[in-house]
Design a protein around this ligand. Structure first.
Ligand SMILES: [Zn+2]
Length: 266
C-alpha cells in the first residue's frame, strides 16, 4: 500500500514537472531568440521566470520553458473544467489535450498547467477588440460614488471582477507603452494601438511585458490582482482616444458581454 502511495506521489511530481524544461542561457541568447526558438511567447516565459530581467539575460542562468504556451494557475476557488476553460478563453478539449490528468474540476489552491489560447482564432479575427479578462462587470464607466474615497468621482474605465492570478489578454494588437507602477492604478500596462488609441490594464498582480514589446490581440500579458487603489481583485480596463477615456463597453464585442454577465450566476 505504502509503495503504491509513494509511486502515486512520484507520478504526480513527474506530471507537475513534465510541463516545462530547464534551459540554460547560452552566450548570445536573447529573450526574443529563445521565444522564437521554443515557440513560446515572451510574456509566457516571463510568467514562468519572474526574476529575470528581459534586457540582460545572464549566461548560465536557468530558465523554465514550458513545452507548449501555457501557465501555471492556482484557482482561489474550486472550478469546473468548463469555467477554467472560459477564464483562459480556450476550449476544455484544448486543456485536456496538454493536461489529460486535470479532471473535470480543479479544486481551490491546486496549481494546474493551463494552455493559452491560440491567437487570431476566428473569434478574435472577427472583432476589433476582445475582452481582456473573463469575469463580471463590477463597476461601469462614468460618474460613481468611489468605493474607497466615498465621494462622487469619474470612473475612467470598466472594472471586471476576476480572481487573483487570472490571465489578462491584450484587447487589441499594439506596442507596450508603459509597464510598471502608477499611483492609483498599481501595476499597470498601457498598450499603444496607433492613431492615439491606448488601452490600460490596471491593478495587476503580475506584469509579463515590457516597454517596446509588440503584442497581438489576445496575447497573454499579465495577471489580475488588487494593486494600487483597489478593494479586491479585478481588472480596471480603459480605452483612451487622444488621452480621453471612453466607455470600453462601446468598443468590446457585445455577444461576449452577455457571456460575461451570465458568469455572475455561475
Ligand atoms: Zn476601475
Amino acid at each position: 500500500m505504502r509503495k503504491i502511495l509513494v509511486f502515486l506521489m512520484l507520478a504526480m511530481v513527474g506530471l507537475a514537472l513534465a510541463f516545462y524544461i530547464n534551459y540554460q542561457v547560452q552566450s548570445g541568447d536573447t529573450l526574443y531568440g529563445i521565444s522564437k526558438g521554443f515557440g513560446i511567447p515572451i510574456p509566457v516565459i516571463l510568467d514562468w521566470n519572474p526574476d529575470i530581467s528581459p534586457s540582460s539575460l545572464k549566461v548560465g542562468q536557468k530558465l523554465k520553458i514550458p513545452f507548449v504556451p501555457g501557465i501555471m494557475y492556482k484557482p482561489v476557488r474550486t472550478l469546473t473544467l468548463s469555467t477554467l476553460a472560459k477564464i483562459f478563453f480556450v476550449d476544455p478539449e484544448e486543456i485536456l489535450e496538454v493536461n489529460p490528468a486535470i479532471g473535470n474540476s480543479v479544486r481551490a489552491g491546486k496549481e494546474v498547467f493551463v494552455p493559452l489560447g491560440k491567437v487570431n482564432t476566428s473569434f478574435t479575427q472577427l472583432v476589433d477588440y476582445i475582452w481582456p479578462v473573463y469575469g463580471s462587470i463590477s463597476s461601469e464607466f462614468g460618474w460613481r460614488i468611489h468605493p474607497i474615497y466615498n465621494k462622487t468621482m469619474f470612473h475612467s474605465g470598466l472594472d471586471i471582477k476576476a480572481d487573483n492570478g487570472s490571465p489578462v489578454f491584450a484587447a487589441r494588437s499594439g506596442v507596450v507603452k508603459f509597464a510598471g507602477w502608477k499611483s492609483g492604478y498599481g501595476n499597470v500596462i498601457i498598450i499603444d494601438h496607433g492613431n492615439g488609441i491606448e488601452t490600460y490594464y490596471a491593478h495587476l498582480s503580475k506584469i509579463n511585458v515590457f516597454v517596446g514589446l509588440r503584442v497581438e490581440k489576445g496575447d497573454f500579458i499579465g495577471r489580475v490582482g488588487s494593486t494600487g487603489t483597489s478593494t479586491g481583485p479585478h481588472l480596471h480596463f480603459e480605452v483612451r482616444v487622444s488621452s480621453e477615456p471612453r466607455d470600453p463597453v462601446a468598443y468590446l464585442p457585445r455577444n461576449n458581454t452577455y457571456v460575461m454577465r451570465r458568469v455572475l450566476s455561475e
